[in-house]
Ligand binder design. Structure first.
Ligand SMILES: *[C@@H]1O[C@H](CO)[C@@H](O)[C@H](O)[C@H]1NC(C)=O
Ligand SMILES: *[C@@H]1O[C@H](CO)[C@@H](O)[C@H](O)[C@H]1NC(C)=O
Length: 237
């Protein structure tokens, strides 16, 4: 008895392989809450920063181009050694920033980064706690295959911020940009920051009460919940 070998033409094989890849490799698009703006004013906002590695407060202040005293104030920290103590990787800090209006969108564009030899846009994104994606760093700085990162180059780091008029339901509010962690869900975030699913859904324009790791959501922090949320050097005497 003769066996008949069925030959599948190569182009058909490639097509089938591509389809399988297309279906099983999810295309990940993190969402980020965007606030359109028209004027060139700026307003107070916060970044929720999880330290990617052990850092001194002075290094964090430098990374985000803010004053150490403002970070101390936003976190109710005692300014004992003025920024020389080391904060451990995975600690969370609120970083107060002045949120501007750039090209019709609220953004913080004051932070810059000096590229070091071993850096990739992924490692730089990680250094900023995922508040900016590698792709956003590339787009903002014209980085691509023909224009790669160069050691010593200074990059603009665009960071997401929102203000929404610094009010929520008539209550003075500061909004904080938060990167969703793997273990988070909307309810756990709401509980942690004293808000509700409904509020987070409304503020972030979520169609469903679902957030995914890497998404950046705006969390309302009632100004009365954090009297010292933002303070200047003069408050630290
Ligand atoms: C930091 O503090 C100095 C002096 O108080 C002030 O002039 C400067 O504008 C502050 N910088 C920021 C980013 O707030
Ligand atoms: C890389 O970016 C530069 C501008 O920054 C542009 O002129 C060039 O066409 C880009 N190259 C590729 C391959 O996209």
């Amino acid at each position: 008895m003769q066996h008949q070998v069925v030959q599948i033409p190569l182009p058909v094989l490639i097509l089938i392989a591509s389809l399988i890849l297309y279906i099983f490799i999810p295309i990940i698009h993190s969402r980020s809450t965007i606030e359109p703006c028209s004027s060139s004013d700026s307003c107070t906002s916060l970044l929720h920063y999880i330290l990617p590695y052990d850092s001194k407060l002075s290094e964090i202040a430098y990374r985000f181009q803010v004053n150490i005293s403002d970070i101390l104030g936003a976190n109710n920290l005692n300014p004992k050694s003025l920024g020389n103590e080391i904060y451990e990787a995975k600690s969370a800090l609120k970083v107060p920033i002045s949120c501007s209006c750039v090209d019709g969108i609220r953004r913080y564009t004051t932070a810059t980064y000096a590229v070091r030899a071993a850096d990739t846009t992924d490692s730089i994104s990680e250094g900023f706690g995922g508040l900016v994606s590698a792709e956003q760093i590339e787009t903002s700085n014209g980085i691509n295959a023909t224009n790669p990162l160069i050691s010593g180059q200074s990059l603009v780091i665009p960071l997401p911020c929102t203000c929404f008029g610094n009010v929520n339901n008539g209550i003075p509010t500061i909004y904080m940009s938060y990167v969703v962690k793997i273990e988070d869900n909307l309810a756990s975030i709401a509980t942690e920051f004293g808000t509700t699913n409904k509020e987070l859904e409304a503020i972030n324009g979520l169609g469903q009460p679902v957030v995914n790791p890497g998404d950046i959501v705006s969390i309302p922090i009632s100004a009365s919940n954090c009297i010292k949320c933002v303070c200047g050097t003069q408050d630290l005497k």
